[in-house]
Design a binder for this molecule. Structure first.
Ligand SMILES: CC(=O)SCCNC(=O)CCNC(=O)[C@H](O)C(C)(C)COP(=O)(O)OP(=O)(O)OC[C@H]1O[C@@H](n2cnc3c(N)ncnc32)[C@H](O)[C@@H]1OP(=O)(O)O
Ligand SMILES: O=CC(=O)O
Ligand SMILES: [Mg+2]
Length: 541
């Protein structure tokens, strides 16, 4: 593999690393497109990231999130977004997964209406993974996405009626460290969006099946306006009519939950819906309210969708979406099939079924599943409860969602089991992430970047506020850094016992434990665990 296909100049991006497939993905024209986006929008993005910090400082100084006064007219106005295209009218079950070749084919063939090809929560963003993901999308475009597994002898081909593909680029806070423009890394979000649009946009538009996107981790309507400008610029440049791109915005940060109308308004020509990204949302709740002792959450397992701030947010999302004529998508239950234990498997499926029933009855127009075996489970619920393609026009009793309802914490205990589980999940997940895997089964649950963020943020929050923990021996003790240190050492000993020294080293467990412990004991909660982890991942890649 050589980099001869791309000779850098001062004004073109410099690609620092080789990766299989790069000669097809990182063509001079495609890189020039990414560079054009970066030149035009890089400074705006920088300003938006500073605005995030400023808002967080205000939250840290005692302010609580609230509806914005200056956008009241948008919230109260009678208006709707541009109509959702026919291809997206019925999206009752969407499967998500990393941009791994075999999994993409499995997802496209899963029977779900939509497949979200995820460069974000489900993908560890090594350059190899990212470039391979983009190469897979090129093959999807060309009808050549096939895979022959030498280990199992299984052959994978995309079948008839594949799921509709929606791509999720990385979040606005991420950089692609391996592609520099004028000496600075380009935005990972612009990189992923730019490459997918440049390579696949026109082909998808010609079939009426795209280009469609999920937009992650947006924190404000200004960020939505940013994406809208990116879409307009990008469509003009590749020769697509404005309004061709349709995005579904994940409402997965607490600040964004207060700006749902405004986000739809800013993207009104380019939006198809909002989605309850519940896992990042819980993480964002902890992060946004990190300085406030009254908002400490109980064990992660007790932070459930039908209560407190999560129930209020889901209800608001359905209400706002339907008022504005777009889809209100549900989210991901963490349960996945349990192999070799029929009873545990049935219990997991029952949890997923109950979650999907709650969503469809609340008014959601579709939902997410993490695994092909869960597609029929979710489909059965939505088919039984949702006779039409969606519920956008189904009238519903609406009630006013006050700011305090969107902020109300769950009640429940913090237990030693909860503390130990968070430590174990965070270290195991980070080790897998550093090994190149972004979605992982741990203790029979789907874990990805969002769920792992909750685990590590909870430990930080409990230390910061000296939470009282119900210990195994029946006593109560305060969470502190010294106890965390002892528990991390125990966890490391247990992992070493399981893996042996070679496996421990190869599995990157020491780095994982260090990244986790530093983040959990930092003076200020670090914004994203994937930022320090990315520096390590990129050095390993
Ligand atoms: C918070 C959020 O952002 S949620 C969205 C992001 N997260 C995700 O997308 C998670 C997606 N899910 C997954 O990655 C996986 O299901 C995991 C990691 C949870 C479990 O993976 P595994 O333990 O490997 O699952 P399992 O062994 O049961 O897989 C069985 C088969 O289903 C396939 N499969 C499992 N999940 C998926 C998926 N989401 N998409 C496509 N195929 C899948 C496997 O590749 C495997 O295929 P094969 O039989 O052809 O080899
Ligand atoms: O991206 C989805 C989430 O739950 O986080
Ligand atoms: Mg998320």
């Amino acid at each position: 593999m050589s980099l001869d296909h791309h000779v850098p100049t001062a004004s073109t991006p410099l690609v620092l690393r080789e990766a299989p497939g790069a000669e097809r993905v990182l063509t001079a024209e495609a890189l020039e497109f990414v560079a054009a986006l970066q030149r035009r929008f890089g400074m705006n993005l920088h300003a938006l990231m500073i605005a995030r910090q400023r808002r967080q400082e205000r939250n840290d100084n005692g302010r609580l999130p609230d509806y914005l006064e200056e956008t009241q007219a948008i919230r109260q106005g009678v208006w709707q977004a541009a109509p959702v295209p026919e291809a997206l009218a019925d999206r009752r079950v969407e499967i998500t997964g990393p941009v791994d070749r075999k999994m993409m084919i499995n997802a496209l063939n899963s029977g779900a209406r939509v497949f979200m090809a995820d460069f974000e929560d489900a993908t560890a963003p090594s350059f190899a993974n990212i470039v391979a993901g983009h190469a897979n999308l090129l093959d999807y475009r060309d009808g050549t996405l096939t895979h022959d597994d030498p280990k199992t002898g299984k052959s994978y081909r995309v079948g008839e009626n594949p799921a509709l593909l929606i791509a999720r680029p990385r979040g606005l806070h991420m950089e692609e460290a391996n592609v520099l423009l004028a000496g600075r890394p380009v935005s990972a979000a612009l990189f992923d969006f730019g490459l997918t649009l440049f390579h696949c946009g026109r082909a998808l538009a010609a079939t009426g099946r795209g280009p469609f996107y999920y937009l992650p981790k947006i924190e404000s309507h200004r960020e939505a306006a940013f994406w809208n400008s990116v879409f307009e610029f990008a469509q003009d440049r590749v020769g697509l009519p404005r309004g061709t791109i349709k995005a579904t915005v994940l409402i997965e940060t607490l600040p964004a939950a207060f700006e749902m109308d405004e986000i739809i308004w800013e993207l009104r020509d380019h939006i198809a819906g909002l989605n309850c990204g519940r896992w990042d949302y819980i993480f964002s709740y902890i992060k946004t309210l990190r300085a406030h002792p009254d908002y400490v959450l109980p064990d992660r397992a007790e932070v459930i969708m039908d209560e407190a701030f999560l129930a209020a947010y889901a209800a608001r999302l359905v209400k706002v979406c339907h008022r504005r004529g777009v889809h209100a998508m549900g989210g991901m239950a963490a349960q996945i099939p349990v192999r070799n234990d029929p009873e545990a498997n049935e219990a997991a499926l029952a949890r997923v079924r109950a979650d999907k029933l709650r969503e469809v009855r609340l008014g959601h127009d579709g939902t997410w599943v993490a695994h092909p075996d869960l597609v029929p489970v979710a489909l059965a619920v939505f088919d039984a409860e949702m006779p039409g393609p969606n519920q956008i026009r189904t009238p519903r009793q609406e009630y006013r969602l006050l700011p305090e309802m969107l902020l109300r914490p769950h009640e429940g205990r913090i237990t030693e089991e909860g503390v130990r589980t968070n430590i174990s999940v965070a270290i195991e997940y980070l080790a897998q992430w550093l090994s190149g895997r972004g979605a992982v089964p741990i203790m029979n649950l789907m874990e990805d970047a969002a769920t792992a963020e909750i685990s590590r943020a909870q430990i930080w929050q409990w230390i910061r506020h000296g939470a009282r923990v119900a210990a195994r021996d029946g006593t109560e003790r305060r969470m502190d850094a010294a106890w965390l240190d002892a528990l991390v050492q125990e966890e490391i000993a247990a992992i070493l016992g399981r893996t042996g020294p070679g496996g421990f080293h190869r599995g990157h467990y020491a780095s994982a434990a260090r990244i986790f412990q530093e983040a959990a004991t930092a003076e200020t909660l670090p914004d994203f665990i994937t930022t320090p982890a990315y520096a390590v991942l990129n050095a390993l890649d």
